[in-house]
Design a protein around this ligand. Structure first.
Ligand code: NDP
Length: 453
């Protein structure tokens, strides 16, 4: 596995890919570790998670540097990502046992009926490079606390992050085998899922990768949670605060170089305020500093890999060819590294790539709509259904619109974000299942009914 710094094109490091024999040993360790780990009290598991949070905070700068070097995230955003990982550790360290308390049910007199929550075993997590720490901690913090053990197959371009995360759990005092990183290609994933020692799987990533994982798990009747892509609408109604919507919309589209499943991708704007909004959005996009991700002042770093930049640019070019108007950006920067500028397209035709596909980079498709009804129709004109953002001065109107949008979450006057306290996940092509909160931690447990006569 060769690691290329996307800001410079230089090779940073090279790792030997692991073979099936390494995987076999890791699965054996996971299986053995689970038998002990499941017997630990949840209080003890919470205590270790709290320590993992401390390890993250104590070494924040070191981890942020690995993230920035491997996938190009601006350093300030990389530090924020590590902080957020510490937060999800704190959250489940505080609430894990409450979330997993036994639930009593109405039952005949003299009888006790309850649901208890018990771990499933080793869970495989196939994770992406875009938030290379957060995606993993979002998985590990709840599921390890529930008594499962974790086996991570991280994206091939971030092996340094995978190794650092395994080290964090070791340093925090987790027993050997409770969390392991495998450095393997995706070719081995189906065989790993098929192995009897793996009890469930989760993937965050693209649709094709999600389908492959779901098919392999389906073959063996194993539970999966899939968090796939999105093409989130950002709906700006006629009574919205335009400045605030444009400013937040800029952040929602461009943070992490636009490489986020919940980035605002399609801006749906009411005709009454369209001209003012687009002017503010262009100003805001053009004010962003694109460049060296290790520089504290950089807003947008490189795309994580050259092939991803090429794919993004092809989507933009094909959309212009189909009739979209390029308003700003639109050409890779003429410099070393995979840099793409914040880009806005208007007059976006139905079905062109930026309209119908996920754009994983700083490219906004902007639409003008006549009224609220048309805004809702357009917002729902996608196979994805991850998040949506709605902007209006009228909170009731916002809620009314939110109920009509087909998505896993709708944020009113706020950008879509994941938060340890709140369930996160999508519908349609965006996947299924929920992560985070009480709902998330219960995805990978056996909700066992116990009837006591
Ligand atoms: P992938 O979905 O290919 O990669 C995500 C993870 O899945 C990686 O660990 C990858 O491993 C693994 N993977 C890939 N193919 C398979 C497979 N057939 N079976 C099992 N595991 C697999 O994303 P890419 O990096 O190629 O990015 C492509 C596009 O995917 C992006 O442009 C974006 O649209 C979307 N994406 C969405 C993300 C999200 O947060 N929802 C995150 C990342 C990408 P390996 O790296 O070894 O191939």
């Amino acid at each position: 596995m060769n690691v290329i710094n996307p800001a410079t094109g230089e090779q940073l490091d090279s790792y030997d890919e692991q073979t099936w024999s390494d995987v076999d040993s890791a699965l054996e360790r996971a299986s053995e570790a689970f038998e002990e780990w499941r017997k630990q009290s949840i209080r003890e598991r919470e205590r270790l998670l709290e320590t993992a949070g401390r390890v993250l905070r104590n070494n924040k700068n070191e981890y942020a540097e690995i993230i920035t070097l491997e996938m190009g995230k601006p350093i300030t955003q990389a530090r924020a990502e590590v902080e957020k990982c510490a937060w999800v550790c704190d959250h489940y360290a505080e609430y894990g046992s409450t979330y997993l308390e036994d639930r009593h049910h109405p039952s005949p007199p003299g009888t006790t009926v309850k649901t208890v929550h018990q771990p499933l075993g080793p869970v495989l997590a196939v994770m992406p490079w875009n938030f290379p720490f957060w995606q993993v901690f979002r998985f590990a913090a709840p599921y390890l606390t529930a008594g499962n053990v974790g086996v991570l197959k991280h994206a091939s371009n971030v092996p340094g992050c995978a190794i650092a995360i395994e080290d964090i759990f070791r340093e925090a005092g987790y027993p050997e085998g409770v969390f392991q990183s495998l450095l393997v290609s995706s070719d081995l994933v189906a065989d790993i899922i098929a192995d009897d020692r793996i009890r469930a799987a989760t993937l965050t990533g693209s649709g094709p990768a999600g389908r492959a994982v779901a098919a392999a798990a389906g073959e063996k009747i194993k539970k999966t949670v899939l968090e796939l892509g999105g093409s989130d609408p950002f709906v700006v109604l006629d009574d919205a605060d335009i400045e605030s919507a444009a400013e937040t919309g800029t952040q929602a589209r461009n943070q992490n170089g636009g490489q986020s499943c919940i980035a605002a991708k399609r801006f749906v704007v009411h005709t009454e305020i369209y001209d003012k909004f687009i002017e503010a959005l262009i100003d805001s996009f053009e004010s962003l500093v694109v460049g060296d991700p290790t520089d504290e002042n950089t807003d947008v770093g490189p795309q994580a890999r050259v092939d991803l930049l090429t794919e993004l640019h092809e989507q933009v070019e094909a959309s212009i060819e189909a009739g979209a108007t390029l308003v700003t950006g639109g050409e890779p920067l003429d410099r070393e590294g995979a840099f793409y500028p914040p880009t806005i397209l208007t007059d976006v035709p139905d079905g062109c790539p930026v309209d119908s596909e996920e754009t994983f980079g700083p490219v906004a498709a902007v639409y003008e709509v006549a009224d609220e009804r048309e805004a809702i129709t357009l917002a729902n004109n996608t196979e994805f259904g991850l998040g949506a953002s709605v902007w209006t001065a009228d909170r009731e109107r916002g809620e009314h619109v939110a109920k009509q949008i087909d998505a896993g979450c709708v944020y009113i006057n706020q950008l879509v974000k994941s938060d340890p306290r709140v369930p996160f996940g999508g519908v349609g092509e965006s996947g299924y299942g929920r992560e985070l909160s009480e709902i998330g931690i219960k995805e990978f447990v056996n909700r066992k009914t116990v009837w006591i006569e």
